[in-house]
Ligand binder design. Structure first.
Ligand code: LLP
Length: 417
């Protein structure tokens, strides 16, 4: 559930009409609802309240400091994948024992920075990483807490680019190799084996793959126990999907929790989850203005001032985002249209062959479900400054990242004089 809703035919974020924000900051802009972000965390926390758990929001989904600040205040921890994300979670004062560090390619400096911070655990993805971590921890006089990311070889039935837990993916350690690698890790002087991790993919809309993956890693955990290796944490990653289309459904966190907890009853282990999209996705919209409406031979093209550089999910994954007028008027004619951006690529679109109401030049449009993997994946392609991010809290709003300027785009460049 989110706090974007119509009042008197105007789309509001919480108690602020999006038209007010557009007047103040111009278009396009991202707008986030603080209450929605916090509610999503608390829904997860309540769903798992009967077992020991930690919700580590996946920072990559939306790393704006104001977003992280809202979440940390709600008691969330974080899943990070780079030293940049580490600096962000430090900036919002997250305690180290609420941070896990994932990713296949952790660099030496990144490992050093994370060890100095002292986080909960490193989710290790290869033997090379274990060796590197052991060496650096030794140099620093520390013991690194580790979990091994196991690839359970489960098909998450999602888009191939965001599917990560199958044999063919680059992620994790094959299930069959995991036991011997754990034994090797347990023998390394500067490592402390504390957990097991797995993440099978993103935007999963059915629970069965999660349950299959959990069963597989729990079986492995039992083998480890028999071999004398006792774990404290079981990290099941992120991946819970959200409804992007009106008629689409995604499992409620309560059902997700019910299915997972059924496998965990009676086990003395803390469950860690790394939701990203389920927390931030429907907590944000991208607001854009219509520049032109072009009547093509077969259909209309609604040309907006936002482009694929601002929200690249449709271009990259053929992702569906619902689009709607910010000010609703009844009795408009509807017809098939494409919503496209100003960029010189045919992939620059937000909606294709969609039955949409008439739009006029200058009119505002909201692109929904843009709170996760929206701004963070934006770029300056076509020398377009990145758009501002706005956070709403009740009846107030604040610009939490200013619009970039053209001068900033060229700031780090120079002529080869
Ligand atoms: N944990 C790990 C190790 C991950 O790799 C990811 C996402 C998550 C947690 C969070 O997954 P979520 O709960 O958000 O599904 N850019 C793509 C999504 C890429 C996901 C990458 N990993 C998109 O726009 O759909």
């Amino acid at each position: 559930m989110d706090y974007f809703h119509f009042v008197d035919n105007q789309l509001y974020c919480e108690e602020v009409p999006l038209t007010h924000i557009a007047k103040a900051v111009g278009t396009p802009f991202y707008c986030y609802s603080e209450k929605t972000l916090q509610r999503h965390v608390s829904v997860f926390q309540e769903a798992f309240s009967s077992i020991s758990h930690l919700i580590c929001y996946s920072v990559k989904a939306n790393s704006n400091l104001a977003v992280l600040d809202a979440l940390v205040k709600q008691g969330a921890g974080f899943d990070i994948v780079s030293v940049g994300e580490l600096e962000r979670v430090k900036r919002v004062g997250c305690p180290p024992e609420r941070v896990v560090y994932s990713g296949v390619g952790k660099g030496r400096d990144e490992i050093r920075a994370a060890l100095a911070f002292g986080l909960l655990m490193f989710n290790v993805e290869s033997r090379g990483e274990l060796l590197r971590l052991n060496k650096i921890a030794g140099e620093m006089g520390k013991k690194a807490p580790v979990a091994i990311r196991v690839n359970p070889d489960v098909d998450p039935q999602t888009h191939p680019y965001i599917s990560t837990g199958m044999r063919a993916n680059k992620f994790g350690i094959a299930h069959d190799q995991a036991l011997s690698l754990y034994q090797e890790a347990a023998g390394m002087k500067h490592l402390q084996v504390v957990g097991m991790d797995c993440h099978i993919g993103s935007q999963l809309t059915s629970l069965a793959p999660f349950v299959d993956a959990l069963k597989r890693i729990l079986a492995l955990e039992k083998e480890l126990r028999d071999a004398g290796i006792k774990l404290k944490y079981m990290d099941l990653g992120g991946g819970l999907g959200i409804p992007y289309e009106e008629e689409q459904t995604a499992p409620h966190p309560d059902h997700y929790a019910g299915a997972l907890m059924a496998e965990l009853v009676g086990r003395d282990i803390t469950l860690i989850l790394e939701p990203g999209r389920a927390i931030a996705g429907n907590a944000g919209v991208l607001v854009t203005a219509v520049e032109y409406v072009k009547e093509g031979e077969d259909k209309r093209f609604i040309i907006t001032d936002a482009g694929m550089n601002d929200l690249m999910r449709p271009a990259l994954y053929q992702a569906y985002h619902s689009v709607l007028p910010v000010v609703r008027r009844f009795g408009r004619e509807e017809s098939v249209a494409d919503v496209v951006g100003p960029i010189c690529e045919s992939g620059d679109y937000f909606a294709r062959d969609r039955l949409l109401p008439e739009f006029q030049e200058g009119e505002l449009m909201a692109i929904r479900s843009a709170g996760a993997y929206g701004f963070v994946m934006s770029s300056n392609y076509n020398s377009r400054p990145r758009v501002p991010e706005v956070m709403v809290r009740g009846g107030q709003f604040a610009v939490v990242r200013r619009r970039e300027t053209i001068a900033q785009l060229m700031e780090n460049e120079s002529l080869f004089a």
